[in-house]
Design a binder for this molecule. Structure first.
Ligand code: NDP
Length: 316
């Protein structure tokens, strides 16, 4: 078991973490980046990224992340494939322990552990995940060309994804647990104007129905929450778009979080309640959640870590 010492430890390898790494390495801070459970983060499960500046023809999510990592390494970042399972931020230098048993001793820490899609938590949903059940329409819509699909949720994501799905699917049924959407008015207008989309109000999916050979979804059981009535809707795909949960389990009781578990940073800054610990990307952003905003806050975190080290000195 090894001990790794660094001026800047970056936890997480999505757009925020890798951008922080590029900036910290170019400031000659020799950062160590621990890649985490899903190296490359959420962009590795998307396909075309058309809104990241600098790619006029678009870029594939995994390729964008490979490029960011190559850039981070070329300028001097050490990327380690490990998962941080324990943190001790009670004094500097901070100490973290990885799943490998390795110890990480760091003068500053940048947390960029991202967020994960929320699921309905039905056993049948878990069973058919990847076989017709998905939490990412942008990634998987393509597989449902000419098919009927359903999507659960009433926020901007669900509405945006429902509209996106109509590019591929024959029909899209949006199932929402209340009788009004949370999504912005203008997006709702687009949704209601789309002839391929039908909305089922006051309803939840209480079971995913499927067949074993080949393993695939054949429908969903919908329950009306007002009447208790259930019915089956024949669909080949179910998209779940009910929000994200920030990956902050590790920092509970240590760092300040908001009511949804997102790390709290000072406005206009990436500083947390512990001096020397910074947070960047989706782990602290419940609003924008874009690759470019995550990258931007990763840049801020590295600059703030550098300033912190100038002000407080480094012993490792
Ligand atoms: P939201 O939290 O805004 O919406 C989640 C939706 O899922 C809500 O309608 C909620 O219902 C529903 N929901 C939650 N849990 C369950 C459950 N267990 N069963 C059934 N339904 C459930 O998440 P989004 O991902 O839509 O958006 C997150 C943020 O990102 C928002 O701030 C949004 O504005 C932003 N965003 C902006 C976009 C844009 O501007 N283009 C695009 C996408 C996202 P209920 O309404 O009843 O609570």
């Amino acid at each position: 078991m090894a001990t790794h010492s660094t001026k800047v430890l970056i936890i997480g390898s999505g757009a925020a973490g890798l951008t922080a790494a590029i900036y910290a390495a170019r400031a000659n801070l020799k950062p160590i980046l621990v890649a985490g459970l899903q190296p490359g983060g959420q962009l590795t499960i998307t396909t075309d990224v058309e809104n990241f500046p600098g790619f006029p023809e678009g870029v594939q999510g995994p390729e964008l992340m490979d490029r960011m990592q190559a850039q981070a390494e070329r300028v001097g970042t050490e990327v380690i494939y490990d998962i941080i399972t324990e943190v001790d931020f009670s004094k500097r230098p901070f100490r973290c322990v990885g799943d490998s048993g390795d110890e990480y001793v760091a003068e500053t820490v940048i947390i960029s552990t991202g967020a994960s899609a929320r699921w309905l938590d039905l056993p049948s949903e878990t069973e058919f995940r990847g076989f017709g059940v998905s939490a990412c329409a942008t990634c998987d819509a393509f597989f449902f060309r000419g098919k009927d699909v359903a999507i659960v949720g009433g926020g901007n994501t669900a509405v945006e994804e429902a509209i996106f799905l109509t590019n591929h699917a024959n029909s899209v049924t949006l199932i929402h647990r209340r009788n009004s959407l949370r999504a912005e008015r203008v997006m709702q207008d687009h949704l209601f104007a789309n002839p391929k989309i039908k909305v089922v109000w006051d309803s939840v999916v209480d079971q995913v129905i499927g067949s074993e050979t080949p393993k695939s979804v054949t429908g969903v059981r919908i329950k009306n929450v007002a009447t208790g009535e259930t019915r089956e809707l024949p669909v080949s795909g179910l998209f779940v778009a009910i929000g994200h949960t920030p990956n902050t389990e590790l920092f509970k009781g240590v760092l300040d979080t908001d009511d949804e578990g997102y790390l709290v940073t000072r406005p206009g800054s990436t500083t947390t309640n512990i001096p020397g610990v910074f947070a960047a990307g989706d782990v602290q952003d419940r609003i924008f959640r874009q690759a470019v905003t995550a990258a931007g806050s990763g840049c801020m975190a590295a600059i703030e870590a550098d300033r912190f080290l100038v002000d407080h000195g480094a012993s490792v």
